[in-house]
Design a protein around this ligand. Structure first.
Ligand code: SF4
Length: 335
């Protein structure tokens, strides 16, 4: 693979992950707790992972589990309370906004609300290039034209406004805008949830094609397990702000180790696009990030909980293809 001409960037080695998240934590203070006291909500709780170049880490969990907050903290749209994010060995917090934009870009769920309705498509796609401030207009036009072609839009569609395109076409615009700077990492936050089922597969195929062509690395956040199974090489399962299981996608779908992962996989996914809450078959006790249970945070809903689960905090146990946080796995022989 490697040749004498292969470039190694500063701070980057063959083993450097495309993205590395270290002990990321994000808390919020909310008013109106008991006796009017402020309460702390832990939305992202000591999350660490890395993704190799070209990999796709799927992040799954119920609504409110912290996956979208995680995306926003990684993108620096919300500053972390603690922890750090590195892209190809570079600390994102040490870079300015333009440099960050060249490394990492988001694609969000609702393309309609994220596209300025008063701008033409070609100008929307050009915005990240223009914001860099040093790219000649001719080069901007060429790169916009190239990106529109790559995502399957015509030059004529580039002259239109968002309201004149379909939902799927608008998501193609959002993808073109995210990729026009040739970032290394793309954070896809429910990128197909707002689309008709018939269009979802086209967008997923386009994202897969672009990843291969442009050697991109994705963090793919979704409540839809079928989508994640289709796109991810590795999966992280979030529950109340923590990654409770992480494994190679094949292994996770074939043999989930954590009781919550098992419940998710056994769940009936909602047919309502955008509703985002799978019926996990665990009753109505929705997780409350302002009131994280002691011991194992999943114990009030866990179908196989033992008395010790209410007091003992499970540690991550290495499994064949990843890790899981469950007391039942501690000390047990791993297959
Ligand atoms: Fe269930 Fe106990 Fe394992 Fe938590 S530690 S997932 S409550 S069995």
């Amino acid at each position: 693979m490697s040749t004498a001409t292969t470039m190694v960037r500063p701070q980057e080695t063959a083993a450097t992950p495309a993205i590395e998240v270290r002990n990321l934590r994000r808390t919020f203070r909310i008013k109106g707790g008991l006796l009017g006291k402020d309460r702390e909500v832990v939305a992202v709780d000591d999350v660490s992972f890395s993704v190799p170049t070209g990999g796709v880490l799927g992040v799954v969990g119920e609504s409110g589990c912290g996956k979208s907050t995680l995306a926003r903290v990684i993108l620096n749209l919300l500053p972390p309370t603690s922890g750090e994010v590195l892209v190809e060995g570079r600390r994102l917090s040490a870079l300015d906004r333009r440099a960050r934009a060249r490394l990492i870009q988001p694609i969000f769920q609702d393309p309609f609300s994220s596209l300025n309705p008063r701008r033409r498509i070609k100008d929307i796609v050009a915005m990240p290039l223009v914001a860099q401030g040093n790219i000649p207009a001719r080069q901007v036009n060429d790169r916009v034209a190239e990106m529109l072609t790559r995502v399957g839009l015509s030059a004529e569609q580039g002259e239109r406004f968002p309201a004149q395109l379909s939902g799927g076409q608008r998501q193609r615009v959002a993808i073109a805008r995210a990729l026009v700077l040739r970032p290394r990492i793309v954070i896809c936050d429910e990128p197909t949830s707002a689309l008709d089922v018939s269009v979802q597969a086209q967008i997923l195929n386009l994202l897969a094609e672009l990843r291969r062509e442009l050697n991109l690395t994705y963090l793919f956040i979704s409540h839809n397990l079928a989508v994640v199974e289709h796109v991810a090489s590795e999966v992280a399962v979030m529950y109340l702000g923590r990654i409770v299981e992480r494994a190679e996608a094949d292994a996770l779908f074939r043999a989930p180790r954590h009781p919550y992962t098992r419940a998710l996989l056994a769940s009936v996914l909602t047919p309502e696009p955008g509703l985002g809450v799978p019926d996990v078959g665990l009753g109505d006790t929705l997780p409350d990030p302002a009131n994280i249970p002691p011991g194992c945070r999943f114990h009030p809903r866990c179908p196989v909980a033992e008395p010790r689960c209410a007091v003992q905090v499970p540690q991550a146990v290495a499994t064949t293809d990843g890790a899981a946080e469950c007391l039942l796995l501690e000390g047990a022989a791993q297959p």
